[in-house]
Ligand binder design. Structure first.
Ligand SMILES: C[S@@+](CC[C@H](N)C(=O)[O-])C[C@H]1O[C@@H](n2cnc3c(N)ncnc32)[C@H](O)[C@@H]1O
Length: 304
């Protein structure tokens, strides 16, 4: 049989092969094209499958870099400086969403009685503890979580699992005054702009998103964006590097503050985004490259 068989399947295979070839040639020529929206190259599909295995891994199979049990004190170390005060300023009818919560340990620490975890700052103000929602693709709830949840009741702490952030409707999850993400969806998603748009949609006006992303071209970095290892890389339509914070700052109705930690290992950008009005619009990103990992390596192209 020749390269193009007479069956529909043969034509489809040949067309896919041709599309891959065209994209590779254009990329080699530096023309900066992305994958057509409806087409995911087979290599990326393989990486998605590997990433799925990481999410589903249990016990000894969990890769050592895939940490799912960071506590509140780790969150305080890793998130922008205002996070603890912001959480402490909320009252008992306010809500906190932790995207990519893993086992939900940070929420358990926040809810622990004062005498337990005593030396840690609990970020709980005088207004009573906020209602907290943990979200994770895979269910990493521990017995400890189940016991706390049974004691506190579903309206105080909830655990959402089984799908990604972008697959929840606003009606399912409601609105939040604080959203956190410590090596969760922001570092792992294959659709960065939709992820950010969903976060902003779920925030109340004046609500804030706190996150961290490692090995990116730092806002405070003096180096050339094309130099050095970038785990999450953004490029414009011409293939030139764009800083994550520069992209974030194009978002309407969002006040973005970045704290660059160039001396951290790995170098990291701590990000605080406050929603200041409702007409949010995020510059679209298109996935060019995805390499499974903890977190994955990703390359996105900004759409004009
Ligand atoms: C490395 S763990 C981090 C867990 C926790 N934040 C910690 O620091 O221990 C990554 C978490 O992000 C979740 N995750 C990744 N992408 C996500 C997405 N798009 N939506 C919701 N959760 C996501 C995973 O399911 C997992 O719970």
């Amino acid at each position: 049989m020749g390269l193009v068989g007479s069956s529909g399947k043969g034509w489809k295979t040949a067309a896919t092969g041709l599309a891959v070839l065209i994209v590779i040639v254009l990329q080699v020529l530096g023309l900066g094209v992305g994958w057509p929206q409806e087409f995911t190259p087979p290599q990326i599909d393989e990486e998605f499958a590997k990433q799925e295995k990481i999410y589903r891994s249990q016990d000894a199979d969990v890769p050592s870099g895939y940490v799912t049990n960071r506590g509140l004190s780790d969150y305080l170390d890793l998130l922008p400086s205002g996070f603890c005060d912001a959480l402490g300023s909320l009252g008992s009818s306010d809500r906190w969403l932790d995207i990519g919560a893993g086992s939900g340990q940070a929420i358990l620490d926040y809810y622990a009685p004062e005498d337990v975890a005593a030396p840690d700052k609990k970020c709980a103000g005088a207004g009573g503890k906020v209602r907290a929602v943990a979200m994770s693709i895979e269910d990493r709830r521990t017995d400890k979580w189940q016991q706390h949840a049974a004691r506190l009741g579903d309206d105080r702490i909830r655990y959402l699992t089984g799908k990604r952030l972008r697959h929840y409707s606003p009606e399912e999850v409601g609105k939040f005054q604080i959203i956190t993400d410590v090596y969760g969806g922001f570092s792992y998603t294959e659709d960065l702009s939709v992820f950010l748009e969903t976060v902003l949609r779920l925030l109340d006006i004046n609500g804030a998103f706190y996150t961290i992303v490692q090995n990116v071209h730092l806002e405070g970095g003096k180096d050339d964006p094309s130099n050095g290892y970038q785990q999450t890389e953004l490029v414009d339509a011409g293939g030139h590097g764009v800083k994550v914070c520069s992209w974030l700052k194009k978002t309407t109705c969002a006040k973005v503050v970045c704290e660059s930690k160039s001396d951290w290992d790995p170098p990291s950008e701590l990000i605080n985004i406050r929603k200041v009005c409702s007409d949010v619009s995020v510059t679209r990103t298109k996935l060019l490259h995805y390499h499974a990992g903890n977190p994955p390596g990703r390359r996105f192209q900004l759409e004009p």
